[in-house]
Ligand binder design. Structure first.
Ligand code: PGA
Length: 271
């Protein structure tokens, strides 16, 4: 896993957006997995800026969102459908037909989840998946104890997640208790995962994710088994990382990594 420690939220967002932009420039019909929550908002703002000022086009990009609350209408200001349109889709040139957000009002949830998985598969799978981490270590709504091989399905939210989400609703009764979420296995099938973390309240869970044991109790930790993960975190969330100096050293010296072993020379003392 590549861990890039940056100064603050703004830098995290800009660096993350560059990775998304480069992926779109390389593959204009990119299959892009998207996340909600406060973490990726800055990245979306930067993508909107790139669209407006640098003509970055999303015309052929196809998106799949990680999750959606059960029971909320698309028009509900707290639905993830609404969030994504408000924070990104309404400000870029992505065609509506290319947008996929799980249907929180699906008549038959199981059937919907199978369809969602098939749609991703039909397009060859997700090329780049943007991820945040929950305070309880979840990726998407894969709460502690989720099967590390799980696919898109309904999930009961934990007390911590419900409490974290309560700030967005009038009272506790209104906070959704269930969600449709891509599974851990679905996320692991993405070709490249871009995980973002910021703020001191994520420091413990980020260290558990990056340096702890791989466990279903911290579902994000399974990313240690993925072949291509880029984690971008700010200073505040990086304070519990034991190998922070090493990650920083790698980032600073990346240009020195030899492309060819033939050209790399190791100086040795003559005997
Ligand atoms: P946050 O949520 O970005 O609002 O911290 C992250 C998550 O729950 O995945």
């Amino acid at each position: 896993m590549e861990v890039i420690v940056v100064k603050d939220y703004e830098e995290m967002s800009k660096e993350g957006a560059k990775i998304v932009r480069d992926a779109i420039l390389e593959k204009p019909n990119l299959v892009l997995g998207l996340a909600t929550g406060s973490t990726p908002i800055g990245l979306y703002k930067e993508l909107i800026r790139m669209h407006k000022q640098e003509k970055l086009s999303f015309k052929r990009v196809v998106t799949f969102n990680l999750d959606e609350y059960i029971g909320l209408d698309k028009a509900h200001p707290q639905s993830y459908w609404y969030f994504m349109h408000d924070n990104l889709f309404n400000h870029i040139d992505i065609p509506k037909k290319n947008i996929h957000v799980p249907d929180g009002k699906a008549d038959d949830i199981e059937k919907f989840c199978l369809w969602y998985e098939k749609e991703m598969e039909k397009l060859g799978g997700i090329d780049l998946q943007v991820l945040g981490i929950g305070r309880d270590g979840h990726i998407a709504f894969n709460e502690p104890g989720s099967s590390l091989g799980s696919r898109t399905r309904i999930k009961t939210l934990t007390k911590e997640t419900i409490e974290d989400n309560a700030r967005f609703f009038k009272n506790m009764d209104e906070v959704p208790k269930f969600a449709i979420t891509m599974g851990v296995g679905t996320i692991m099938d993405a070709k490249h995962c871009l995980m973002l973390a910021n703020g001191a309240n994520k420091a413990g869970v980020l260290a558990a994710t990056v340096e702890g044991s791989v466990t279903a109790q911290v579902t994000a930790s399974v990313l240690q088994l993925h072949s291509k993960v880029t984690t971008i975190c700010d200073e505040a969330s990086s304070t519990c990382l034991k190998r922070k100096d090493y990650y920083k050293w790698i980032t600073e010296n990346k240009y020195k990594v030899p492309k060819s072993a033939k050209k790399a020379s190791v100086k040795s003392k003559k005997k």
